[in-house]
Design a protein around this ligand. Structure first.
Ligand code: C2E
Ligand code: MG
Ligand code: MG
Ligand code: MG
Length: 288
């Protein structure tokens, strides 16, 4: 009896594994086509000067609108894109599309906005990155000060010295470098000091339980002090409540991002643009 169950169990496991591998292969094949089929979309989330100040920039966040798999956020396909190397052509598309959109906003009069693009380690390690960024800016006749590149500490740390070299080249082009998800990685202060970074984004993990009377307030205070000492702009990500916003402002965090201030949304529903908002997107007050 036990043997029979074991065999069934094994077959069940094998079946699941096959379906999973099959699904992953299918996803990868479809992702390969996604660029040419125009299935990739960028949504944009504002960075606002707290509490009622202007929007200083927007972060481009990738979505895949797949006819077969539905509407996918990065957690569903980014790991696959990275392991397969597809993140390089996809990331190039993102850089180019974000620059195109930023140029359009600029021409609509939003001359003080910048657009932020997230980079994976695979992209940072790929020889073409600097040239891709340079070309995208040139093609859209966009000044480099309108582009921010967001990298996480762990992305930079995968090959710390090589990253530093590439980031210095990007910085020399005139684009800004932002350290994303700060506080979750393992970079040393010495390394942080050497990074040509202009902005530091406090990870959402520290913001979530803020205003509930725990250590997070002290940690955030320390991050803000550190960032300011290094001459960086401080951004808090994942701000969801007025209490968090109030406390962050009081602690001296000058720029905020989060659902409270604006959810990621397609470019054509942002303020100052002409198109109608689509009904399935929930707009925060910042967008209305
Ligand atoms: P991230 O760069 O740290 O972006 C913040 C993530 O938190 C986004 O998730 C955003 O939608 C979400 N978020 C923003 N505000 C709030 C909030 O108030 N509460 C909560 N719970 N979440 C909030 P998303 O769009 O799913 O992106 C996840 C990650 O995928 C990003 O984290 C970034 O690391 C990566 N990513 C996104 N787009 C790209 C891209 O074009 N290229 C690369 N290489 N990575 C990307
Ligand atoms: Mg980011
Ligand atoms: Mg982040
Ligand atoms: Mg993140």
């Amino acid at each position: 009896h036990a043997k029979k169950q074991g065999r069934n169990g094994y077959r069940f496991f094998e079946h699941n594994m096959n379906t999973d591998v099959h699904l992953q292969m299918q996803l990868q094949q479809d992702l390969r086509q996604a660029i040419h089929r125009n299935e990739l979309v960028l949504h944009y989330q504002p960075k606002l000067v707290a509490p009622d100040g202007p929007m200083t920039g927007l972060e481009a966040l990738l979505r895949w609108q797949s006819p077969k798999h539905g509407w996918l956020t990065p957690d569903r396909f980014l790991p696959l894109a990275e392991s397969s190397g597809l993140i390089v052509p996809i990331g190039n598309w993102v850089i180019n599309e974000a620059c195109r959109q930023m140029k359009a906003w600029y021409q609509q009069g939003h001359c003080d906005w910048s657009v932020a693009v997230n980079l994976s380690a695979v992209q940072l390690e790929h020889a073409s990155l600097v040239e891709v960024v340079r070309t995208a800016l040139a093609q859209h006749e966009l000044a480099p000060s309108h582009l921010v590149l967001e990298i996480t500490e762990s992305t930079a740390m995968r090959d710390a010295e090589a990253s530093l070299k590439v980031l210095n080249q990007l910085s020399a082009l005139g684009v800004s470098i932002s350290i994303d998800d700060f506080g979750t990685g393992y970079s040393s202060l010495l390394y942080l000091k050497r990074l040509p970074a202009n902005e530091l984004k406090i990870d959402r993990g520290f913001i979530t339980e803020l205003a509930q009377g725990n250590d997070d307030e002290a940690i955030i205070q320390a991050i803000i002090a550190l960032g300011k000492t290094l001459g960086m702009k401080i951004v808090a990500e994942g701000v969801e409540t007025p209490e968090q916003q109030e406390l962050l402002t009081r602690l001296g965090c000058n720029t905020l991002q989060g659902y409270l201030l604006g959810k990621p949304a397609p470019a054509d529903v942002l303020p100052g643009t002409t198109a109608q908002s689509s009904p399935d997107i929930e707009l925060s007050p910042a967008f209305q």
